[in-house]
Write a protein that binds this ligand. Structure first.
Ligand code: BGC
Length: 458
């Protein structure tokens, strides 16, 4: 078993929309609305209303934290639950009490509580007015964040502004996977830019107003490092381009307060620059987050463009083609390549290009279908998940031994939860959740994590 230093933290990440259910929720998120109008888009027609029901059952579920001995717990506050009137920023008292009680239940265990403010869950009413394309959304999100700080600052240990803004944008505005199913590169850049302005404004407000507190603030970014098919110069160029677009763009904005000259030239030349103001650009320069939260699931493999480009429509893949590495291992249920070494490359990237800024893995995990078939002696023997975790931790430990500034690893996720259009198809939890009986039980991977945590403290 890999041994980590005593102060290395092991945790779990969850989100409000994927765990709470819709009881007493007054507003619809875009996901809620989408499920209502097109339930056939969701696996087995299971929607966000039907989750592991943390709204009612959080106390029961959280008991498993003690069994595993987890040290970090991340979830999110749903804008659509906490706020009754999104435009007037009116607080819902029931939601306020729910979050307070829920958070207390975590804190009494002396676990570090990280609370995120946006996990793919913009209110539907805002989408009617342009959603994140409308700058007013920046202002309203900022108001929402201020309310969260005022209400929960004393109980929350660390805040996150957004979870995977790029994944959210890509799904909704680039690939058209999620409602409103738009496929437009320029619009996706505007949405991403506006979200990042909102992030910067919230960080600046927090840093200016909560100076004396020890609490920290972070952002959760999805990183999918890009790899070229070969050493051919054009393959390498295609991969460098992709890294510039999806990896450095995010990290540069957040850690350096600006985009690279190269990316700006590319955006200008292709008429992709978002609408921006000087005032907004200044927001990126003021304060920095305290540490970076990175989600790593899979790499991104590309090769030089060989297929035909669609005329009159520039997309990221106008500049490269996807490449399937013949030696790849794939999680067949999700279709994602399993490449543990990617975590090592990310660690080196942060070390070399970003001054070894402190960071943690805030999500990594494996979704598997029909886990019941692995039940033995009444417990799901998810050895594949244990191997997955182990291999990633091996590479992470190697990076740390070589000087990477990574201080923790959180798994997606604690308990089987609702996973967007895949709903309950693939299970990710250390704890299983039976949708029919609402019963929970630890999986072998949960016991394994306990061992990992115990071994490090010896
Ligand atoms: C997201 C989670 C999601 C998980 C598995 C992550 O990118 O943050 O919300 O459930 O992937 O698909």
């Amino acid at each position: 078993m890999i041994k980590f230093a005593k102060d290395f933290l092991f945790g779990v990440s969850l989100s409000g929309p994927q765990t709470e259910g819709d009881k007493n929720k007054k507003n619809q998120s875009v996901m809620d609305y989408w499920f209502k109008i097109q339930p056939e888009d969701f696996y087995d027609r299971i929607g966000p209303n039907y989750t592991c029901d943390f709204y009612n059952n959080y106390k029961e579920h959280l008991k498993w934290l003690d069994v595993i001995g987890l040290e970090v717990y991340r979830t999110s506050i749903q804008w659509t639950r906490l706020i009754d009137d999104i435009y007037k920023c009116k607080i819902n008292d029931d939601a306020k009490n729910f979050y307070l009680n829920y958070f207390k239940e975590i804190k009494k265990r002396k676990i570090k509580l990280v609370v995120n403010l946006h996990h793919f869950d913009i209110p539907k009413i805002l989408l009617d007015n342009g959603g994140w394309e409308n700058k007013e959304t920046i202002y309203l999100f900022f108001q929402f964040a201020k309310i969260c700080f005022e209400l929960f600052e004393d109980i929350v240990d660390e805040w996150a502004t957004f979870n995977e803004p790029l994944a959210d944008v890509d799904s909704k505005y680039l690939y058209g996977w999620h409602y409103p199913k738009i496929k437009n590169f320029k619009r996706s850049i505007q949405v991403f830019y506006n979200m990042m302005v909102a992030h910067a404004k919230v960080v600046n407000y927090y840093k200016d107003n909560f100076k004396n507190k020890h609490n920290k603030i972070t952002i959760i970014l999805n990183v999918t490092p890009s790899y070229p098919r070969s050493n051919d110069i054009d393959d390498i160029k295609a991969s460098d381009f992709n890294n510039m677009l999806i990896t450095y763009s995010q990290l540069d904005l957040v850690l350096k307060g600006e985009l690279s000259k190269e990316l700006i030239v590319f955006l200008k030349e292709n008429n992709l620059l978002p609408e921006y103001t000087k005032l907004e650009l200044n927001e990126f320069k003021k304060h920095k987050i305290d540490y970076l939260s990175l989600n790593y699931y899979q790499p991104f493999r590309v090769m030089k463009k060989e297929s035909k480009t669609i005329k009159n429509q520039i997309m990221p893949w106008s500049f490269y083609d996807h490449y399937e590495w013949p030696d790849r291992r794939v999680n067949p249920y999700r279709g994602w390549e399993i490449y543990p070494e990617g975590i090592y490359d990310i660690a080196n990237l942060i070390k070399e290009k970003y001054n070894n800024f402190p960071w943690m893995i805030s999500e990594n995990g494996m979704g598997v279908q029909d886990e019941d078939r692995f039940r033995k002696d009444n417990i799901i023997n998810d050895d594949y998940r244990i191997d997955f975790i182990n291999e990633h931790l091996d590479w992470l430990k190697k990076a740390i031994d070589e000087g990477a500034n990574c201080f923790g690893y959180s798994l997606w996720t604690f308990i089987d939860c609702w996973s967007w259009t895949n709903a309950y198809k693939n299970r990710y939890g250390l704890i299983e959740y039976d949708l029919d009986t609402q019963k929970t039980n630890i999986k072998k991977s949960g016991l394994y994590l306990k061992e990992l945590i115990d071994s490090k403290n010896k």
